[in-house]
Ligand binder design. Sequence first.
Ligand code: WQD
Length: 338
Amino acid sequence: MKVLVTGGLGFIGSHTVVELQNEGFEVVIIDDCSNSSEKVLEGITAITGKSPLFEKLDLKEKSLVEDFFKRHHDIEGVIHFAASKAVGESVDKPLLYYENNIGTLVYLLKELSKKDRSSFIFSSSCTVYGQADKMPITEDAPVKEAESPYGNTKQMGEEIIRDTCKVTPNLNAIALRYFNPMGAHPSAEIGELPIGIPQNLVPFITQTGVGLREELSVFGDDYPTRDGTCVRDYIYVVDLAKAHVVALQRLLAKKNKANYEVFNVGTGKGSTVLEVIKSFEKVSGKKLKYKIVARRPGDITAAYADTTLANEELGWKSQYTLDEAMKSAWDWEQKIRN
Ligand code: WQD
């Protein structure tokens, strides 16, 4: 069974390719390498012993997308990761984000709509909820005004898929709303490779731990939470990758109850920034240098998932603890720095 993974050289994409190969799928990767490297293919192959097909291709080129699907007419499923995802950058360059994240999605859906039956998994984000009113967050929590063009492209992406599925019964789609992905494959052959100064908490922590960064700035400790720092649902990237495989298998086995479904993918547990720091110190045995600074504009106080639907419908549940995920992140950081 041949499956296309767009953005398959990226952080979550590469871990998902590994889990797909472990399940016996033949994987084709499309990636424009704008935020990833072809070297990731070696890491994937080192883990599974199977080298995925790879095409360096810009999905913004409609004719290239059409040509790709003509050549790979036997593709039965698509997992779509390829997108720009830097929240801050999206504020400065909205058109780059709308062109890349929306234009490419439309071209993919046009091709899939031509097939007798197709299965499509969309990489969405808990960012669509904004600051939800109630914790834990369920899938029927209201989608709120996006805090950034990046977040808006996830909301618009879901609406585009929903509207297309309404009039395209042969198209079956699932949107997975990720919470905060973290960590690296236990083999330390693949992991997160942030370019430049990491925006996200965990890579900044591990880079500080390995001496690449002077100290971590904690963006505010005056939030209404148990220790004053923000709460997030940190999900191990291998758990998240496995959620994509079971979601795809649900569609391929025609077990979906509608041709457009949405699932939250998190651990169901919230951790504060200070608790994440403590986890790092516990697994690394190192004291982390950090200081409390002003809040970061756009940050919400708390977000963690109600995972009941994914547990019951997908039969999926996160297996790893924060400490185990953090250990994998730390092992990976030390490996790439040596
Ligand atoms: C987590 C917490 C920060 C860095 C973003 C995107 C979201 C998704 C995941 C793509 C917050 C604090 C962070 C630092 C800090 N991305 N922090 N010092 O903002 O929850 O979510 O990444 O889908 O869409 O919005 O993740 O890791 O940036 O921040 O104190 O140097 O860590 O304030 O409370 P976030 P994050």
